[in-house]
Design a protein around this ligand. Structure first.
Ligand code: ATP
Length: 312
C-alpha cells in the first residue's frame, strides 16, 4: 500500500460576521475564508496495525487522541470498519509549519488531510461533498480546509459557496510566539457582550450580513484598495481590547502602509494583503523597527486557491 504526503494549507478570514444564535449552541456565521500557501505536511504511512500512531515534533501539538488528525482517523475507522479491518491503520507524521492556536485553522487543516489521505489509502472513492460532510463532524473549519480557495461560508462555517479565487496576492502573517487566544473564549465573550445585537435576527429568522456582498464584489474585481476598506472581523471587538499587543501590532501594520490588515479568525494572528512582495518586505521591516520584541514573528506567503493536495 502506498504512503501519501499531503499538503494542508492555513486559512485567513477576509470577513467574519456573527449574525445569530443557533439552537445547537454555536453562532450563525457569515465568513469569507481564504487559503494561503503556508502549509503543514502530513505523511500517512500504512502500518499494518489495528490502530493509528501520530508523531509531530512541534512541542505545542498533542500527539494523543486529542489531536484533530488522530480524531479524523478514528472517525474514518468508525465510518468504514470493513476497510479499516482490510487495510489496517496508518502512522501519521505532521510537519508543523502553520503557527499553533493562531486563528489559521492549522488543526482543522490537519484533520482534513487525514480524511483525504485515508480515502486514498483505503480506496474508498469518496466524493468531495462526502469528505466535507465527514469534515463537518470534526470541526466547523474542516470542510473549508478540504475545499480551499476563496469561499463564502455560512451556518457554523460548514456550508460553502466558492467565489472567484484570489490567488498569488502576497500576504504577511504576523503573530507573537508567546501569545495564544482561545477560540471558545472569543466566541463566548462576544455572546456575553454583544449577544443582544443579533438575538432578534435569530428570532425573525432573517439573519443579515452587512459586509460580505460588497466584499465579494471587490474580490471579483480584484480591487485591493476596496477590499482593504471592507475587511471585517466581529471578533476584533473582543480580542483587541483584551490583547493590546495584538491591537498594537495591527495598527503598526496599518501605519507601515498595510491598509488591508485585519485579525484572522479569533486571532492572535493578524494579516496584511499587499500589492507586491517588495511592499510586503518594506512593511515587515518597518514594523520590526516600530515593535522591537523578539517574540514577534512574520511569515511572508501568498493567497492560494488550493485545499488539501497530494504532494506525493
Ligand atoms: P481553528 O481550527 O479553530 O481556527 P486555530 O488555528 O486557532 O484553530 P489550531 O492550531 O488548530 O488553532 O490549534 C488549536 C489547539 O488545538 C492547539 O492549542 C492544540 O492544543 C490543539 N490541536 C489539536 N490537534 C492539533 C493539530 N493537528 N495541530 C495543531 N493544534 C492541534
Amino acid at each position: 500500500m502506498q504512503t501519501y504526503t499531503l499538503s494542508a494549507p492555513a486559512k485567513i478570514n477576509l470577513d467574519l460576521e456573527i449574525i445569530g444564535d443557533r439552537p445547537d449552541g454555536y453562532h450563525e456565521l457569515v465568513m469569507i475564508l481564504q487559503s494561503v500557501a503556508l502549509s503543514d505536511r502530513l505523511t500517512l504511512r500504512p502500518n499494518g496495525l489495528e490502530g493509528f500512531r501520530l508523531s509531530c515534533a512541534h512541542r505545542e501539538v498533542p500527539t494523543d487522541d486529542t489531536n484533530i488528525a488522530y480524531r479524523a482517523a478514528e472517525l474514518m475507522a468508525a465510518q468504514f470498519p470493513q476497510h479499516f479491518a482490510n487495510f489496517g491503520g496508518v502512522d501519521i507524521d505532521i510537519e508543523k509549519n502553520i503557527p499553533v492556536a493562531a486563528g489559521l485553522a492549522g488543526g482543522s487543516s490537519n484533520g482534513a488531510a487525514v480524511l483525504v489521505g485515508l480515502d486514498l489509502i483505503w480506496n474508498l472513492g469518496l466524493t468531495k461533498s462526502q469528505l466535507r460532510d465527514l469534515g463537518a463532524r470534526l470541526g466547523s473549519d474542516v470542510p473549508f480546509c478540504i475545499e480551499g480557495g476563496t469561499v463564502i461560508a455560512t451556518g457554523r462555517g460548514e456550508r460553502l459557496a466558492p467565489i472567484t479565487p484570489m490567488e498569488s496576492v502576497p500576504v504577511i502573517l504576523a503573530k507573537y510566539d508567546n501569545l495564544a487566544v482561545s477560540t471558545a473564549w472569543a466566541y463566548q465573550t462576544y455572546r456575553q457582550r454583544f449577544g443582544d445585537t443579533y438575538k432578534n435576527f435569530a428570532e425573525t429568522g432573517k439573519p443579515k450580513s452587512a459586509h460580505s456582498v460588497p466584499l465579494v464584489n471587490a474580490i471579483f474585481e480584484k480591487d485591493l484598495a476596496r477590499i482593504a476598506g471592507l475587511l471585517h472581523n466581529d471578533l476584533e471587538k473582543v480580542v483587541l481590547p483584551e490583547y493590546p499587543r495584538v491591537a498594537n501590532l495591527l495598527s503598526g501594520l496599518k501605519r507601515a502602509g498595510g491598509t488591508a490588515s485585519m485579525m484572522s479568525g479569533s486571532g492572535p494572528t493578524v494579516f496584511t494583503l499587499c500589492e507586491s512582495e517588495e511592499q510586503a518586505r518594506t512593511i515587515i521591516e518597518e514594523v520590526r523597527n516600530q515593535i522591537q520584541d523578539p517574540h514577534l514573528q512574520f511569515w511572508l506567503t501568498h493567497l492560494s486557491n488550493q485545499g488539501i493536495t497530494i504532494v506525493n
